[in-house]
Design a protein around this ligand. Structure first.
Ligand SMILES: *[C@@H]1O[C@H](CO)[C@@H](O)[C@H](O)[C@H]1NC(C)=O
Ligand SMILES: *[C@@H]1O[C@H](CO)[C@@H](O)[C@H](O)[C@H]1NC(C)=O
Ligand SMILES: *[C@@H]1O[C@H](CO)[C@@H](O)[C@H](O)[C@H]1NC(C)=O
Ligand SMILES: *[C@@H]1O[C@H](CO)[C@@H](O)[C@H](O)[C@H]1NC(C)=O
Ligand SMILES: *[C@@H]1O[C@H](CO)[C@@H](O)[C@H](O)[C@H]1NC(C)=O
Ligand SMILES: *[C@@H]1O[C@H](CO)[C@@H](O)[C@H](O)[C@H]1NC(C)=O
Length: 403
């Protein structure tokens, strides 16, 4: 009887929802077409590769189609949201992938909350986005940096460190790892006593920077002995030299920095040796420094992903990767942004939920653990002269995403 009832009721219910089978979900990819590290040319291909993988997958959105449109948001808080509003007059989007620039994100994510559209951003790392109530349909994907955070937390736990401070350069490339660490520390009850940003001086004299660094070091050293510095290699070196002058490098304090991977143009040079008068001081100071680095597996899967990004960047976005340019880790995060959304959408459809209910889908993305990511990174950390591998702690194979 119950079976019959269900058999009668179900078709009626199904026919009232147009997306039960063969629906097309359109993603709006909003990234700038510039030369920035997170331009569409450099990272957009990651999202396209994920869209194709979802469409090929027999158990993700089976019977449905995921497609995309691209909008050049110009990294402009006027033109970006303006163009998106215009596009929305023409059609519905099931989600936005991007924007990546915080200024565009700030406005677009507010509008998206009003439209109830999920925004899945590979960056948007500014602190303001931590206030989840203000951006109820925004999900920020830090990908491997969250995992870097959990690796860092493992190190803290091993040594019994419960208080840390973070100093970071206020630019996306450096906010992202800083946020990854901060997030993981906080969910693991490690106190982030200070979280201090500095602006990279543009044309400012060195004395001013040295004073800023001295002041920041003073401030963090008063409350914690574990100090994370998320900044370019040269800046880290300046901090360490200053810390050495202050007597903070003799063993009571431990410093951490990151070089996501070797790409000097983007991350700077992490060697102590620069052939200047500070070399000997830097060498001593670096005894107190740990370097965390993404270890890129040399496996076929990673190489395939990397090569696909280079090929599709050219074909789909007219961007030519330079011969020695490595594929940005942000391309992998763009991939994971789509992948994460597809999982949440799949689950929503399985529960016969509304695939256009951005608020609910966003809740499904928060705290979600996914596997099958291209960058199955491990973490290495180096101490002292950076040549000696100090240890490689166990790591989990899964990523945990913050909201
Ligand atoms: C967007 O979707 C809504 C609800 O499904 C529909 O009423 C509306 O016509 C759609 N708008 C456009 C521009 O397709
Ligand atoms: C963090 O602290 C809270 C409250 O003291 C506790 O409930 C929670 O289990 C702790 N979490 C971890 C990961 O230790
Ligand atoms: C890498 O790409 C090649 C050629 O397209 C394919 O045959 C192979 O299965 C791929 N390997 C992995 C691990 O994805
Ligand atoms: C980005 O700009 C370049 C140079 O103007 C152009 O060749 C390319 O087609 C643009 N790409 C996209 C996806 O609009
Ligand atoms: C997607 O949803 C279907 C049910 O519609 C389920 O069988 C499948 O396992 C889901 N895929 C994933 C990757 O969770
Ligand atoms: C995510 O996890 C945190 C802590 O584990 C919890 O407080 C929060 O409610 C969770 N959020 C969702 C949307 O499940």
């Amino acid at each position: 009887m119950a079976f019959l009832l269900r058999a009668l009721v179900l078709p009626v219910f199904l026919s009232s929802v147009p997306w039960v089978a063969g629906s097309t979900f359109t993603l709006l990819l909003s990234l700038p077409n510039t030369s920035m590290p997170f331009s569409v040319g450099r990272i957009g291909a990651g999202a396209l590769i994920a869209i194709d993988a979802v469409n090929r997958s027999p158990d993700l959105l089976a019977g449905h189609l995921l497609e995309h449109e691209y909008v050049d948001d110009e990294c402009s808080d006027v033109n970006g949201p303006g163009k998106i509003v215009e596009l929305l007059h023409r059609r519905n989007y099931s989600a936005f992938i991007g924007p990546a620039c915080s200024d565009v994100c700030a406005i677009t994510a507010k509008l998206a909350a009003f439209w109830n559209i999920p925004v899945v951003s590979p960056t948007c790392a500014d602190q303001q986005f931590l206030i989840k109530k203000a951006y109820p349909t925004l999900t920020r994907v830090f990908g491997p940096f969250t995992k870097m955070g959990s690796f860092f937390v493992k190190i803290c736990e091993k040594f019994g460190w419960r208080h840390i401070s973070i100093i970071y350069d206020h630019r996306p490339a450096w906010i992202i790892p800083a946020e990854g660490i901060r997030y993981q520390a906080e969910v693991n009850n490690i106190t982030v006593a200070k979280y201090l940003a500095f602006q990279t001086p543009l044309g400012q004299d060195k004395t001013h920077m040295t004073l800023t660094q001295a002041r920041m070091l003073q401030e963090v050293a008063e409350v914690s002995r574990i100090i994370v510095i998320s900044a370019r290699g040269e800046v880290v070196r300046d901090f360490l030299i200053e810390a050495h002058r202050k007597g903070l490098t003799t063993g009571d304090y431990v410093f951490f920095c990151f070089e996501p991977y070797r790409l000097e143009e983007m991350f700077g040079n992490f060697d102590w040796k620069r052939g200047d008068v500070d070399d000997s001081m830097a060498k001593q100071a670096y005894q107190a420094l740990f370097l965390l680095s993404l270890y890129k597996p040399n496996d076929q899967k990673y190489w395939n992903f990397s090569n696909d990004v280079i090929r599709r960047s050219r074909e789909d976005f007219g961007y030519a990767y330079a011969p020695n340019e490595k594929v940005s880790v942000l391309a992998a995060i763009a991939h994971d942004s789509v992948w994460l959304y597809a999982q949440a959408l799949n689950e929503t459809l399985a529960e016969r939920g509304d695939p256009y209910d951005g608020f609910t889908i966003t809740r499904k993305m928060w705290n979600r653990t996914i596997t099958a990511v291209p960058l199955r990174s491990k973490y290495l950390f180096f101490k002292g002269d950076l040549a000696k591998k100090a240890a490689s702690l166990p790591h989990r194979e899964m990523y945990r995403y913050p909201g």
